[in-house]
Write a protein that binds this ligand. Structure first.
Ligand code: ZN
Length: 293
């Protein structure tokens, strides 16, 4: 939603931000229109758990690889507030796909996700899903295809996609007081619950910007983790890295947006990820391992 040229977060060592460090991290990459993605050949073994029992022909359960025992390093909690997570602490070549906003609702993308069992996590923002206001056009002309209702996200949900919280109106949260932030976060949580039946446990702050009030508000709205990202994906499936070496790293969380031609771009992106020897992970399963209760 903003033009934003994505800038990068320079150091991988800072990729896991504890709640204590939560003072307005401004990741400019956020939601820029640009990232759509396109699709790639097949998700390959995305749906196959390596430790699963041998019945490859009829995949069951949520898509994406799941962590092996002891694979994920638990994220240290610094207090009662939800942890802020930019990547998953693992050495396995696995990355995670997340998609934000909801301005464009490419029907081919749902089929692709369902048929190829591609693990994604969606962060829905009310004004985008309901086509209120002006879409971000920095990634090319927006057409509002299908936008204006939640049916598309119900289809995604039915295809196994967790639909999480990305506020009502996409504000720059640190500019708001605690109560206003809470209205944005709890309002979106209630709306997603009403429309899709499940209250989101994950929250992604618009533009990646947050402060301590954001974490307090998120906690009171039922959020268990705040999710950032380590790289964005632009139209054509091009990956914009936020690390100096311009490579994928184990545990990376990639950010895309619901943009025109999402299915095409996604096809390209997934093919690229596989060629680099990475698998697609089930984010929730990895978060469960990284943030034990
Ligand atoms: Zn956004």
């Amino acid at each position: 939603m903003t033009p934003a040229s994505r800038t990068a977060r320079p150091q991988r060592t800072t990729r896991l931000l504890g709640a204590a460090a939560a003072v307005a991290v401004a990741l400019v990459a956020a939601c820029s229109p640009a990232e759509t993605a396109g699709v790639a050949e097949t998700a390959g073994n995305a749906g196959a758990s390596p430790s699963a029992t041998p019945k490859p022909s009829v995949p069951q359960g949520p898509p994406g690889v799941r962590p092996r025992k002891g694979e994920v390093r638990p994220i240290a909690r610094t207090g009662p507030l939800p942890p802020v997570i930019s990547s998953i602490p693992t050495k396995r070549k696995v990355v995670f796909l997340t998609i934000d906003d909801g301005w464009e609702q490419d029907p081919g993308f749902v089929k692709q996700v369902r048929d190829q069992r591609i693990p994604i996590t969606a962060f829905a923002m009310r004004d985008a899903v309901e086509a209120k206001g002006t879409p971000d056009e920095s990634g090319g002309p927006a057409r509002y295809v299908g936008a204006g209702k939640w049916g598309y996200f119900r289809q995604l949900r039915d295809a196994g996609v967790p639909v999480e919280n990305h506020t009502l109106t996409h504000p720059n949260l640190p500019l708001l007081g605690h109560d206003a932030q809470k209205r944005e976060i709890c309002g979106a949580a209630q709306l997603v619950k009403k429309e899709l039946g499940a209250r989101p446990a994950l929250f992604r702050p618009p533009f990646g910007n947050y402060n301590t009030d954001t974490l307090k508000a998120a906690k009171s709205c039922g959020v268990t983790s705040v999710l950032l990202w380590t790289a964005t994906v632009q139209p054509g499936g091009k990956i914009a890295y936020q690390v100096p070496d311009k490579k994928l790293h184990p545990g990376d969380i990639l950010l895309l947006h619901f943009r025109p031609n999402l299915a095409r771009d996604f096809r390209i992106l997934v093919g690229k990820i596989k060629r680099r020897g990475y698998e697609l992970g089930n984010l929730q399963a990895y978060l469960d391992a990284a943030t034990p209760r």
